[in-house]
Design a protein around this ligand. Structure first.
Ligand SMILES: [Zn+2]
Length: 382
């Protein structure tokens, strides 16, 4: 294989594979104008990736995955409208705007091949990519490409890198169940003055395209307040019970003891059964030796009895494990309880808690289109 040839199985949107030269791309005149329009809308018409997706969807332009009959897109329900229609997504537009294939380059070596058998290699640094220029006819001029790249990079340094999202990976959409994405938003007045600025969570599906989910955007502060309140409520419960912690603990121990008694008596029954079957097996051997039964009959009965024996041995093992867990259960819970109480109190003292502490305390936060927030904590069921 020569580096610089287009190796992927399917040509990128806007191109098709040459029928004469292997791994060479030729322009797909049916859709290449769409690629040009996308670059133009972004560079010259001040349109964002979501606006561009809007425009293409309103014009009923078939999205790339469907046009190229890519099996992954057809399976991916995230790009499907509730009415069953597949849509252009902003992430798709974004990756097209960054794809050098449209200026005639072929980029390879993005992934480190671990072995020919493992498809998923480690992603390499951008500076390590192998770029071959002028490998096929470009769809986009260098001039337009540069304009787009400039705009993309200013957007990246402006909004993406500066912000950290403490609730990242913990927030979910209550309407469709998708994980929420965080973004830094600004609202401007007509004169261009920033009148609101802050982090927001948006349903991941809706972030790709609005009509995919009808949830609304919600402020990070609102979510954080809900988390704080839920933790305060939970601590109140802990404080209340901590006065009675001893009673709870004693109660749990008493329960554990009675459970232990039940398991213990089951265990002794099983042991008796085991002895009995072992005796029966011994008896069977004697019958074989003294030729009271035929070899075939012996084999048949022996099989049945060994199977029964195995079953009993397994049951005994299970009961022994139950005894161990029962002992661990009461001790572990008490300790966990104390640790979480300490952590929760620490959290309440911090003004800007980070993702690390939040991940320890919060299982998930769900918000719906009426901005109703449900907080599930990691320690509420202790
Ligand atoms: Zn949603």
């Amino acid at each position: 294989m020569k580096a610089g040839e287009y190796q992927a199985g399917i040509a990128p949107y806007g191109y098709k594979k040459d029928t004469e030269i292997k791994n060479h791309l030729v322009i797909d005149e049916n859709v290449s104008y769409i690629v040009q329009e996308i670059f133009d809308m972004y560079a010259n018409k001040g349109m964002s990736t979501i606006k561009i997706a809007d425009e293409l969807n309103n014009r009923n332009i078939t999205p790339p995955g469907i046009y190229m009959k890519m099996p992954n897109t057809i399976k991916n329900l995230n790009s499907k409208n509730p009415d069953g229609r597949y849509l252009w997504l902003r992430t798709q537009i974004g990756s097209m705007l960054k794809n050098q294939v449209y200026i005639g380059n072929v980029v390879s070596g993005k992934k480190e091949q671990i072995s020919p058998k493992i498809k998923k290699g480690k992603m390499k640094e951008k500076s390590e990519y192998i770029i071959k220029e002028n490998m096929h006819e470009p769809i986009i001029s260098k001039e337009l490409w540069n304009k787009v790249q400039e705009k993309l990079s200013s957007y990246n340094t402006d909004t993406r890198k500066k912000y950290e999202y403490p609730l990242k990976d913990l927030v979910y959409c209550g309407e469709c169940g998708n994980k929420a994405r965080f973004q830094h938003n600004k609202s401007k007045t007509k004169s261009g003055k920033v009148c609101w600025e802050g982090n927001c969570a948006v349903c991941g599906k809706r972030a790709d395209y609005r009509s995919l989910c009808d949830n609304v955007v919600i402020g990070e502060k609102i979510l954080m307040n809900a988390v704080r309140n839920a933790i305060i409520e939970e601590i109140k419960k802990i404080e209340y019970t901590s006065k009675e912690l001893k009673a709870i603990y004693n109660n749990a121990q008493r329960k554990a003891k009675s459970t232990a008694n039940i398991i213990q008596s089951e265990l002794s029954n099983k042991n008796k059964e085991l002895n009995k079957i072992e005796d029966e097996i011994k008896c069977l051997y004697e019958k074989k030796v003294t030729r009271q039964i035929s070899i075939d009959k012996f084999k048949e009965l022996y099989e049945i009895m060994s199977e029964r024996k195995m079953k009993i041995v397994q049951e005994i093992e299970k009961l022994n494990n139950e005894i161990k867990n029962n002992k661990k259960g009461t001790k572990g819970k008490n300790k966990e309880y104390k640790q979480m109480e300490k952590l929760a109190n620490e959290f309440l003292k911090i003004e800007n808690p980070d993702n690390e502490i939040l991940k320890k305390l919060v299982k998930r936060v769900v918000f719906d289109k009426n901005k109703k927030i449900t907080v599930e904590l990691t320690f509420s069921q202790i």
